[in-house]
Design a protein around this ligand. Structure first.
Ligand code: SAM
Length: 166
């Protein structure tokens, strides 16, 4: 059964990182998914996320690995949870995150990579401004609406489970 939840009034933690996750969001997500081992959590647009292994193309955020989300240098089925928090547009990627030489984001390609490195029955979590495509070999498990305060867009978090659905 697919469930939709609303998480209300989460504030941004912008002194930490522009566009970073709202305060308390990561902790709430780990409680929901029941995860305890940070080495099994991959952030493919890592920024300054707090819990897990972070990859990012921008060395200034001091990721664990400088890597492109479109070409993950990990073997298949390496992580139990794969978190995707991409810039909302190519414009944002250049202006907000200063990735001036970044190639255009290719949703199909980074979703396919996220699914490849996720273990069977693991979760792929995507935050965006709208519903994006389903990663290959997954089903939608849950949608969370992040209602942020102070005149901000509501964000959509989709949690997919890698159950082999083509
Ligand atoms: C919305 S921010 C992530 C914020 C993060 N969730 C946090 O809480 O700090 C998006 C990040 O994606 C990175 N990024 C942009 N294009 C990328 C790519 N092709 N591969 C990996 N990271 C990329 C940006 O440098 C930026 O740090």
């Amino acid at each position: 059964m697919i469930t939709t939840m609303v998480w209300e009034h989460l504030e941004f933690d912008e002194p930490r990182y522009m566009g970073g996750f709202p305060k308390g969001y990561e902790e709430k997500l780990w409680r929901l998914l029941g995860y305890r081992d940070p080495s099994q959590i991959l952030h493919v647009f890592g920024g300054k996320a707090k819990i897990g292994v972070r990859i990012d193309i921008n060395p200034r955020v001091e990721p664990d690995f400088i890597m492109d989300a479109h070409h993950l240098e990990f073997p298949d089925e390496s992580f139990e949870v794969v978190i995707c928090d991409p810039p909302f547009s190519d414009n944002d990627n250049k202006n907000k995150y200063e990735n001036l030489d970044a190639k255009p984001l290719n949703e199909k390609q980074w979703l396919s990579e996220a699914s490849r490195v996720c273990k069977k029955n693991g979760f792929i979590v995507v935050r965006h401004l709208w519903n994006i495509s389903r990663p290959p070999n997954t089903s939608l498990w849950m949608t969370i609406l992040l209602r942020l305060n102070s005149h901000r867009h509501t964000h959509v978090v989709q949690i997919h489970i890698k159950d082999g659905t083509p």
